[in-house]
Design a protein. Sequence first.
Length: 142
Amino acid sequence: MRVSMTFDQMFDYLSDFFETVEWSKSTLTEVGNTLIRRIAFDSDPDNKKLTDHLYDQRKTVAAMINALYTLVQFHTDIEKCLDYTSIIPYIKTYNEECTDAILYLLACTGNMEYMEIIEKEASRFPDIPIEEYRKELKFRCE
């Protein structure tokens, strides 16, 4: 019997794994930054033709963002170590759920340079709790 797993299922599994893994801060940071770079790669429309035959790009990006969100939720000592620079240009292409997760992750960095991005992108979706993210960003900045 052959068992197969889709790419989005693989990242869902990774998300579950992040809940219990006990890696060093440097390893978690490296994994998180690698995941961020992969999200950026798969978010770039120019790369769609490279992966179309392998997986559904939107579903896989959503699963990767969920895995990243879980990583930060369960390993709160790494949020300021992650570099989101590569995904910033693609935030405007994400649906509400993915945008919400990314904005929360940006707020967790405590980097006030992200305030403008959080406000601009949250305004696209009325259900995104912008005030909550403003408070989180300011709190973590201190």
